[in-house]
Design a binder for this molecule. Structure first.
Ligand SMILES: [Cu+2]
Length: 220
């Protein structure tokens, strides 16, 4: 590589590689999983059904990553975190929680806020908060002051789902809550539990990737 021609060739190759990496990064930033609509039931109430899995498995591009999934109108689970709900409506949300406990760093987030009645039900029991160290994930929309802490499957539970797809015959918690939507808008939602196993402080990978632990609530 001592000749000028060799150096020019090396620089040209480096430029092409960097340009390709930038292109890949931008394409990755702008690609997003599909938006799944909540199912309308009676009147102005809709049903949104979600689940969380400790490892999404063959349903996702990063099989060992922790993830949310959403049920579509055919009853099929879709690997997405973009949900569409109607404005000025009641949204009844059910989350099947198949993942274990990770714990919240900020205990303030273990209090249910912003749902109808500031409560949720956990396995049929009405609750206003959970012990912070039992949190597995949160469903939180900061812009709407909504925080729902989701308790995890206990460590000693039998028949736990280690790899998705998980089904209801396996150990899970069932969380339900209702939110009242207001003005149309696109609201970011996210998990606040450092649940990304294997990443620095539990906040990398799936915690910063749309389609896993973050997404958008499209109120239309
Ligand atoms: Cu999480």
């Amino acid at each position: 590589m001592s000749s000028i021609g060799g150096r020019v060739a090396a620089v040209a190759v480096a430029v092409v590689v960097v340009a390709a990496l930038i292109g890949f990064y931008v394409a990755n930033l702008t690609s997003s999983p599909p938006t799944v609509s909540a199912q309308s039931t009676t009147g102005n109430t809709v049903e949104l059904t979600l689940k969380t899995e400790a490892a999404v498995g063959p349903q996702g591009g990063n099989p060992p990553w922790v993830s949310y999934l959403v049920k579509d109108d055919q009853g099929d689970w879709v690997h997405s975190t973009n949900f569409k709900v109607p404005a000025h409506s009641l949204v009844h949300v059910t989350v099947y929680q198949f993942d274990g406990e990770s714990g919240l760093r900020n205990p303030f987030l273990s209090q249910v806020q912003g749902t109808v009645g500031d409560t949720m039900t956990v396995d049929g029991k009405l609750m206003g908060s959970i012990p912070p160290d039992e949190a597995s994930h949160t469903f939180a929309v900061p812009q709407l002051n909504l925080i729902v802490p989701l308790p995890g499957v206990h460590e000693d539970a039998e028949n736990q789902c280690e790899d998705g797809p998980c089904d209801l015959s396996q150990a899970h918690r069932t969380i339900t809550f209702t939110i009242r939507t207001g003005e149309p808008g696109r609201y970011r939602w996210q998990c606040f539990v450092p649940c990304a196993a294997g990443f620095l402080a539990g906040f990398g990978g799936p915690m910063q990737t749309i389609g896993y632990m973050d997404g958008f609530l499209e109120v239309a």
